[in-house]
Design a protein around this ligand. Structure first.
Ligand SMILES: C[S@@+](CC[C@H](N)C(=O)[O-])C[C@H]1O[C@@H](n2cnc3c(N)ncnc32)[C@H](O)[C@@H]1O
Length: 195
């Protein structure tokens, strides 16, 4: 049986229960879509399949998808409440942390895996790989940018780390691109697809 550090449990509880989560949804600079260049790549990669957004926050990306093809899930009931209120035509659900995800064609997460601690990232990647044939991860992929002192901590990883984690689940990288966005002066956001 695995045991988890107090920090890992504290972080999961923060995302799950703290209303302050709503202040940490979007990268700090540049309005509602400071990551627009990366999101354009993401939308293109997702295509018109049935998509599950993992860690959807308050659903800011929902409107970029057809409501029949989109389902957003998050462990934060505060975030999901806000998502339901602002996007009544879309489907959103609160999920249990690290539980099985609903089956779909494609699952994607934007600025989510970097918030999953190292002692749970393999569990999380396995859940993503099990629920869909294609997985897309969109976030800064540069371990040097990792900031575990800041709260909530960001466990940024290199794309090679995700490649290895998905390979352990029988998936390989299909494509990846890194783009500059308004939110970070010196960092690019990477969009990587596994299948
Ligand atoms: C930085 S926010 C990004 C939200 C959204 N993807 C966006 O870009 O607007 C990170 C989100 O991941 C969610 N999250 C954190 N840990 C999670 C976990 N273990 N399972 C599912 N969602 C999680 C948080 O509740 C939060 O809504």
């Amino acid at each position: 049986m695995r045991t988890y550090s107090r920090r890992t449990l504290g972080l999961t509880n923060f995302w799950r229960h703290d209303p302050q989560v709503l202040e940490h949804i979007i990268p700090p600079r540049g309005g509602e879509f400071p990551d627009a260049a990366a999101l354009a790549l993401l939308i293109n990669m997702v295509g018109d399949g049935r998509a599950l957004e993992f860690g959807c926050g308050r659903g800011r990306l929902a409107r970029l998808f057809d409501s029949d093809l989109y389902h957003g899930v998050d462990i934060s009931s505060h975030a999901i409440e806000a998502a339901v209120e602002t996007h009544p035509d879309y489907e959103f659900s609160v999920i249990e942390p690290y539980a099985d995800l609903p089956e779909t064609e494609i699952v994607f997460g934007v600025h989510v895996l970097l918030h999953i601690p190292d002692d749970l990232i393999d569990v999380m990647v396995a859940k993503l790989a099990a629920c869909a044939e294609r997985v897309i991860v969109c976030e800064i992929m540069n371990a040097e940018f990792s900031d575990e002192i800041f709260w909530p901590p960001a466990m940024n990883r290199d794309v090679e780390t995700y490649d290895a984690l998905f390979e352990d689940c029988g998936m390989s990288q299909q494509q990846s691109r890194a783009v500059s966005c308004d939110c970070y002066k010196h960092q690019k956001i990477t969009v990587a697809e596994y299948g």
